[in-house]
Design a protein around this ligand. Structure first.
Ligand code: GDP
Ligand code: ZN
Length: 455
């Protein structure tokens, strides 16, 4: 890690300010070549950590812009190395010129996630925290960001540390007892052993259970809006999107293809698909649209089935209700503001919930949000509770749980403490994998290659 890396730290594109970040042993020397303090008495090389200097950025002998250089001295920086952050005016041209000037002065362009990788390798953060940073960058929605942050704050790492120290105590005791049977090692109380295994296993199971709901909040869910033509699907889509995304007309068959829009619904990021009305048709284009909407209905993590409350239920409505049975579906009986002629009994037992709404008037939305949260299992999710944030963490937690369960079975089956000891060691190794303690180079590469450059 001798090199000094450079990259844009702010999102690419126009913005008020762009930050170019240098990290590595040459950060100060490179800054001297691209930055001149306004105050002639100030020297870059003497700048203390956590201080800022105002000055000019220089590229190819010319003044590019004026701005601020922020200094961080190793090890008290994000990466644990000398870091300089150069804030120039937003706009890609100036920032790019500045990066080019840094590279000309000896910096190397940073690879994906390289700053955070250095932070991890320098012991500035645990692997779970590093993954949370990555997750935070991609977090969708407010609550998802809160969840990612709780892992970043080390809540997950702390919880697992607790389990590890419990298992380490057990493992030490078991090893001593197994390896030196003739010595006077006090035999472990079977109840204590069993109690600890149960406790850690339950905790790990809880973490595994948190993954699904957490994933929904972080990644969002695909939702299909389905229903016969003219029941108000596009009206609902536009209401949820907050603008006219889909064409609304009183002519049946207007929406012929799937229209997609991401919205926040009950704090969850929902990718809405407004589909072609499901009905028999001779029109080829519309038929293709209907085929797609049926597929969406089968794949979606959430189905919003819309019915027209102002007309009697049709054969198509009954078919749709049938299709929704066993799916994560909510029935929305629309046009609540008109006289109601729809017989709800055809919906019975087929939906997670049946709600009466008036999409045209914006009625019934709080109830819809609550139903969506309950259906997705996020209604009671505590955004502050630690939770697993990646497939890698999930896989490690699952191995730990399996090893613990085996240990409990070995104990109950009277297989002897050496069998239990092997399982405890396996569980411990899996938990170490989870927090990245024995993270092999390949795991580290895998985690950090997913970062965007500059983080
Ligand atoms: P889609 O074919 O299912 O997408 O239906 P649209 O969203 O295009 O709506 C069909 C017609 O129903 C339009 O004229 C809408 O204005 C009307 N509509 C939609 N929602 C409501 C509602 O809640 N109340 C009333 N009265 N009319 C509605
Ligand atoms: Zn439509």
């Amino acid at each position: 890690m001798e090199s000094t890396i450079v990259a844009l730290a702010t999102p690419p594109g126009a913005g008020g300010i762009a930050v170019v970040r240098l990290s590595g042993p040459e950060s100060y020397r490179i800054t001297e070549q691209v930055f001149q303090p306004i105050n002639p008495n100030k020297k870059v090389s003497e700048a203390k950590g956590y201080t800022a200097l105002f000055g000019h950025f220089i590229a190819r002998g010319e003044t590019l812009d004026e701005g601020v250089a922020l200094f961080f001295r190793a090890p008290r920086s994000y990466t644990g190395e000398d870091v300089v952050e150069l804030s120039c005016h937003g706009g890609m041209v100036i920032a790019q010129e500045l990066i080019t000037a840094c590279i000309a002065a000896g910096a190397a362009p940073a690879g994906p996630g390289e700053y955070t990788k250095r932070a991890f390798l320098n012991g500035r953060m645990s692997l779970t925290q590093a993954e949370a940073v990555m997750d935070l960058i991609g977090a969708a929605g407010r609550q998802g960001a809160a969840l990612a942050e709780s892992a970043l704050n080390g809540a997950l790492a702390r919880q697992i540390e607790g389990y590890k120290s419990q298992l380490v105590a057990l493992a030490g005791h078991l090893a001593a007892w197994v390896d030196f049977p003739e010595e006077d090692v006090p035999e472990l109380e079977e109840d204590t052993l069993r109690g600890t295994l149960d406790e850690v296993c339950a905790g790990v199971r809880g973490l595994i259970g948190s993954y699904g709901g957490g994933a929904v909040l972080r990644q969002g869910v695909d939702a299909a809006i389905v229903g016969s033509p003219n029941v108000g699907k596009s009206t609902l889509m536009n209401l949820l999107a907050g603008f006219d995304r889909a064409i609304v007309t009183p002519i049946a068959g207007t929406t012929r293809d799937v229209v997609e829009q991401a919205v926040m619904l009950g704090g969850v990021r929902v990718n809405l698909f407004d589909t072609a009305g499901l009905r028999e048709t001779g029109d080829v284009v519309e038929a293709e649209g209907i085929r797609r909407s049926r597929r969406k209905l089968e794949e979606a993590g959430l189905v919003l089935a819309v019915f027209d409350g102002s007309t009697p239920a049709t054969e198509e409505d009954k078919e749709l209700a049938q299709l929704c049975a066993g799916r994560p579906a909510i029935a929305l009986v629309n046009k609540n503001d008109l006289e109601q002629r729809f017989d709800e009994s055809i919906l019975e037992g087929k939906f997670f919930r049946v709600l009466r709404i008036a999409a045209g008037k914006g009625g019934g939305m709080p109830e819809l949000e609550q139903a969506v949260r309950e259906l997705l299992g996020v209604a009671n999710l505590d955004p502050g509770a630690p939770c697993l944030v990646s497939q890698r963490q999930l896989a490690a937690a699952v191995s730990a749980r399996d090893a613990l369960q085996e240990g409990i079975q070995a104990l109950d089956g009277g297989f002897g403490l050496d069998a239990v000891s092997v399982c405890v060691d396996d569980a411990l190794a899996a938990l170490c994998r989870l927090t990245g303690e024995d993270a092999s180079e390949s795991v580290i590469e895998e985690v950090f290659s997913k970062f965007c450059v500059g983080k």
